[in-house]
Design a protein around this ligand. Structure first.
Ligand SMILES: Cc1ncc(COP(=O)(O)O)c(C=O)c1O
Length: 441
């Protein structure tokens, strides 16, 4: 089948996620193929992937090992029941994940998405305290501007108003720390910004307000991605670790974006040298190819559940597709690809080039901040008065027309290219963006 001019005859039935449906359906933007760093559009154009799909295709597209592994697995064992039955690849993948996660995170629960991984982590935290005889620890602490997926637990600890305000009272007993984004003090920082470590002490204020005996867990993204790349100052996450430890509160890192090499280290925990009690991952786990998430937990948490009669289920939680054979095969092939090509640390080699290229956009019209860490970057634009998001969305549309995929959130352009990107492709992204910024209203 030719990949050009493939457009469905009716776009109405599919209610698209997080999309301006009416705008899209008037002028659809369709991808019909992808390979390495490029997508192919339905009208046959090549589009450079500046966002690794949705922060997930860290090894680029249509990587042979992953494609072959999925095909082979589908023919060999397509599905095995996830409850009370097993298949070897899920165990193998869990072992390979434990090999690359920070020491101390020794057990893995599988899910199908970042959102489900978040719910799993929050439920684990609550159940852990209950099992330990501290059932009064029911509060969950998130952060303003956080994104933890779209399920009820995730939007409750999340801090993005549009994702929360339509959905009632959400979970009870949730509080939020302030975010760390401070344009006045930190604009145009290269790498982690200087100011704001003391914002971690807000957790002490929350503990004083509610008492530690009521708090189960704190969840944070090491770098907040979806809300526009908010990078913590050095020491901030370490301080959160100290405070949570002191008060017996579990620390959950949501590494759905920062995991699998995005910051130039295997995980954000490695970059910031802080080991949480629970780590939430998804996206890059299978290179985005098959939906899958993984939640890594400490032996202390795992072992607390391994009590009571052996025929009784220890944790009443799981999904029909937890550790699905095809997803597990994709995950194993993805980890092999990362290993063979050094992708879990390649971001560190490219980060200086990426940083200099991005910061060369300083001074262009509307640009009020540029920030970066590993292979994540953001360009924040001054919003059009009274029309927030319009300017960045217009940049997104122009970029697509010019063969570049970027992501925008609010008036922030976010970049997170596949970790296989070349230096000349970094230049291509920045050259195109410079041209676009000059033409924006
Ligand atoms: C930090 C974080 N957590 C959770 C999620 C939700 O993941 P999913 O869309 O796979 O449910 C995302 C998605 O972008 C994310 O960035």
């Amino acid at each position: 089948m030719s990949t050009s001019n493939v457009v469905p005859n009716d776009l109405n039935a599919f209610w698209m996620p997080f999309t301006a449906n009416r705008q899209f359906k008037k002028t659809p933007r369709m991808f019909v193929a992808a390979r390495d760093m490029h997508y192919t559009t339905s009208d046959g154009r090549q589009v450079l992937d500046g966002t690794a799909g949705l922060w997930c295709c860290n090894a680029g597209h249509a990587r042979p090992k992953i494609v072959e592994a999925i095909a082979r697995q589908a023919a060999e064992l397509d599905y095995a029941p996830a409850f009370q039955m097993g298949h070897p690849k899920a165990f193998e993948l869990a072992n390979r994940l434990v090999d690359i996660t920070p020491d101390g995170l020794d057990h893995v629960l599988f899910t199908n998405s970042g959102s489900e991984s978040v719910e799993t982590a929050l439920k684990l935290a609550l159940a852990f305290h209950k099992i330990k005889g501290e059932g009064s620890r029911t509060r969950l602490i998130g952060r303003e501007r956080a994104y933890h997926g779209v399920n009820f637990g995730g939007i409750s600890v999340g801090g993005i108003v549009t994702n929360r305000k339509m959905f009632g009272t959400l979970l009870a007993g949730v509080d939020h720390m302030p975010h760390t984004h401070n344009l006045a003090k930190n604009a145009f920082s290269k790498g982690p910004p200087e100011y704001g470590t003391e914002l971690a002490d807000e957790l002490e204020r929350i503990v004083t307000l509610h008492d530690a005996s009521t708090i189960a867990a704190v969840i944070v993204e090491p770098v907040a991605g979806s809300t526009g790349v908010l990078i913590p100052p050095p020491g901030y996450l370490k301080r959160l670790r100290e405070i949570t430890k002191k008060h017996g509160i579990l620390l959950i890192f949501d590494e759905v974006i920062t995991g699998y090499g995005r910051l130039g280290t295997p995980f954000g925990a490695d970059y910031f040298d802080v080991v949480p009690d629970i780590m939430v991952t998804a996206k890059g786990l299978t290179n985005g190819v098959v939906p899958m998430g993984a939640v890594m937990v400490s032996a202390e948490i795992h072992d607390a559940f391994m009590n009571g009669p052996e025929h009784v289920i220890e944790f009443f939680h799981g999904y029909t597709y937890s550790g699905n054979p095809i997803a597990s095969a994709a995950g194993l092939a993805t980890l092999e690809t990362y290993k063979e090509e050094g992708l879990l640390t390649r971001g560190a080699e490219l980060a200086p080039k990426f940083q200099e290229a991005l910061h060369s956009l300083k001074g262009l019209p509307h640009v009020i901040d540029i920030r970066n860490i590993g292979l994540v970057g953001a360009i924040e634009l001054e919003p059009i008065a009274g029309q927030p998001t319009k300017r960045a969305f217009s940049a997104f549309l122009k970029a697509f027309e010019q063969g570049l995929l970027i992501r925008t959130t609010g008036d922030i352009i976010a970049l997170s290219p596949p970790l296989i990107i070349s230096e000349s492709q970094i230049d291509e992204i920045v050259t195109k963006l410079a041209g676009i910024l000059k033409t924006l209203e």
